[in-house]
Design a protein around this ligand. Structure first.
Ligand code: FEO
Ligand code: CA
Ligand code: CA
Ligand code: CA
Length: 622
């Protein structure tokens, strides 16, 4: 397989394979190798998917008739709902840029003035009565963006630059007219943030030797952001873009370059994932600029209301393959941010700010300083947040913020099945974490050599379906050290694996089954929206699951219903709402990524798109 045909995870595993064995150090070999078979299957059925004692919830009911799984190349919704496209990759944000051209698929110059590709996390902000949408443009699919080239590869430097400029974040004003949403071209708030946009480095790693480069010897100003996956928003009106697979853009002009252990843990390689950025920008050459990768892998804070503002890289929130950043305010007014690291056997994290949030006060730098914790789960429903400190890691504060994965390994955090989004219930002190899947669970250690035995929140070996784990902080306070956890849903295929843990928990059935939960967000009514990024083959273990989809869960009863099915070969990612909550915006990422089977949304080149969903009766969408 070519590198570009591999998923990010499989690419990283090929180039930085995990060790084949681990030091079992306190881990029972029998348990590690025994997998789920070591546990009675009966123990799973009936005991999972049942919520802990209910907390106060408003009406969380699901009031639509669920849609069937399917493989149509369109959006399928329940009766009573309709959709249209708000914007697609390459749509111009300014009137001086041309409409998207199916034949050329754009140039670097047109891409710089247009919506980026592969929209992922997003949020709507209200500013002076205007609605501003901020959206991540995570990455590109070579076969699509360069599909006009005979071999589907970038041919010219301009092609490479076009691909680069399709990354980053897009901010633009939106407006609704006669029921349809559209981009307000030329709004003074429209902005493209790209891999070249200057950013302030903030927090403990600012100025540290690990971040110094020839172009920035002070280590205070980095260029750009890329591979922004999930997002977050703060109560003070800023947008958080989370850098995920940042490693896949670096390569080495010297094939004999010796990578450090830290580079290997983060998957920084001699070869890139097929983007070719080194060809046009030498800072992506690790043999010449070995500290450049240390300047990516952070959460970036952006003020969407000020298009001239400099985005801030928040090193205090750690460096890893960030999924999203879910912000809650704890009882003591400290800002708590839940953070997942999406790679097999990596960890779940929490940041707690040093300063306190004050409504209407100056909160601009609350994310610059705080304590960083990694989660340790026990097998019986309890867990604790372990602060990573110089004392228990042997690393400085700055080093903890740059090589966070190594620090979390040192404190014995629990290896997880690829933590994706974390979602906080606005009506109850609880957060939900999507653990998307982990084919290596029970077979191999993670990349750092930490064992990956089956364990409480990751209970199945060779986990191909994923699960959603719920955490409840002690005494309802998100800043507390201890938490309780339970399994909200174990995804599975009850038609193929009836009676086995791979059939899923009690709230999974033939009518709502799915695999690989990823995007998750609560609506204002306390209902949990779940989006999938899974296997859409509709065969074998995945028979009957169809295309990727979005489901709605009632956290009180545990009931899950399928609300939407996406077009072919897409991932459903990103969800937010208009200010009046009557429109839900949903991300359709990389339709047709496998090549050829999708023409979503317009019958031509398949294009990642943001869609708007409303009720026929004009009611609230969440
Ligand atoms: Fe970009 Fe973990 O998904
Ligand atoms: Ca994701
Ligand atoms: Ca995913
Ligand atoms: Ca994705």
């Amino acid at each position: 397989m070519k590198n570009s045909d591999l998923s990010f995870d499989d690419f990283d595993e090929r180039h930085s394979p995990p060790p084949e064995t681990v030091d079992f150090d306190g881990v029972s070999r029998r348990r590690f190798l025994g997998g789920v078979g070591a546990l009675g299957a009966g123990a799973w059925l009936g005991s999972l998917g049942v919520p802990l004692s209910a907390s106060a919830h408003p009406d969380g009911h699901l009031s639509f008739l669920p849609v069937a799984a399917g493989d149509a190349d369109t959006i399928t919704l329940p009766a009573g709902y309709h959709w249209h496209v708000l914007a697609s990759w390459g749509d111009p944000l300014w009137s001086d840029a041309p409409a998207f051209d199916d034949a050329t698929r754009g140039t670097a110059a047109t891409q710089a003035r247009a919506l980026g590709d592969n929209n992922d996390g997003m949020d709507v902000f209200v500013h002076d009565g205007r609605l501003l949408l901020a959206v991540n443009n995570e990455y590109t699919n070579r076969g699509i963006i360069f599909g006009n080239r005979p071999d589907g590869k970038p041919q010219t430097d301009d092609d490479v630059r076009k691909g680069k400029l399709a990354h980053g974040v897009s901010v633009f004003e939106i407006q609704q007219r006669r029921g349809r949403w559209r981009v307000v071209k030329d709004s003074p708030f429209n902005r493209r943030i790209t891999p070249d946009t200057p950013m302030d480095i903030t927090g403990p790693a600012r100025g540290h030797a690990l971040l110094k480069t020839a172009a920035d010897p002070a280590a205070t100003r980095a260029l750009g952001t890329w591979n922004n996956c999930g997002n977050g928003r703060t109560p003070w009106g800023t947008y958080l873009a989370c850098e995920e697979n940042f490693n896949g853009y670096f390569s080495s002009s010297d094939p004999a370059f010796e990578r450090t252990a830290e580079m290997k843990r983060y998957g920084v390689n001699i070869e890139d994932w097929g983007y070719g950025w080194r060809q046009v920008d030498e800072r992506f050459d690790i043999s010449r600029h070995p500290n450049e990768p240390n300047r990516a892998g952070y959460v970036v804070e952006i003020d969407p209301a000020d298009p001239r503002s400099t985005p801030k890289k928040r090193t205090a929130l750690g460096r890893f393959k960030h999924e999203n950043a879910e912000v809650v305010i704890a009882g003591n007014r400290r800002v708590v941010v839940y953070l997942g690291d999406d790679e097999r056997g990596e960890f779940l994290y929490r940041f707690v700010s040093s300063g306190r949030y004050r409504r209407g006060g100056d909160n601009a730098d609350l994310l610059a300083d705080g304590k960083l914790y990694a989660a340790r789960f026990d097998d019986t429903g309890g867990g604790e947040w372990i602060q990573m400190t110089p004392r228990n890691t042997g690393m400085s504060r700055a080093e903890i913020c740059v090589h966070t994965r190594l620090a979390a390994s040192k404190v014995g955090a629990t290896t997880m099945d690829r933590p994706e989004w974390v979602a906080a219930n606005p009506h109850a002190p609880e957060v939900y974490c999507a653990l998307t899947n982990n084919k290596n669970r029970g077979l191999k250690p993670n990349k750092g050599g930490d064992p990956m035995p089956v364990n409480g929140p990751n209970p199945r070996a060779e986990n191909r379906y994923g699960q959603i784990v719920r955490l409840r902080p002690h005494r309802g306070d998100h800043a507390r050290r201890r938490f309780a956890w339970d399994m909200f849903a174990l995804a599975g295929n009850p038609a193929v694996h009836a009676g086995s843990p791979y059939g899923g928990s009690a709230n999974i059935n033939a009518a709502n089954m799915f695999n690989s939960p990823d995007g998750m967000r609560f609506d204002s009514q306390g209902r949990l929206w779940i989006q999938t990024d899974g296997n859409y083959s509709n065969e074998g273990d995945f028979a009957g699951m169809g295309n990727n989809q979005m489901l709605l869960a009632d956290p009180h009863s545990g009931e899950i219903r399928r609300f939407m099915v996406g077009p072919r070969e897409c991932e459903v990612t990103g969800v937010t709402w208009s200010a009046d909550r009557k429109t839900m915006f949903v991300g359709i990422q990389h339709p047709g990524e496998g090549g050829g089977s999708s023409r979503f949304p317009n019958g031509g080149v398949p294009r990642s798109s943001i869609i708007a969903i409303s009720r026929d009766d004009g009611g609230v969408m969440g």
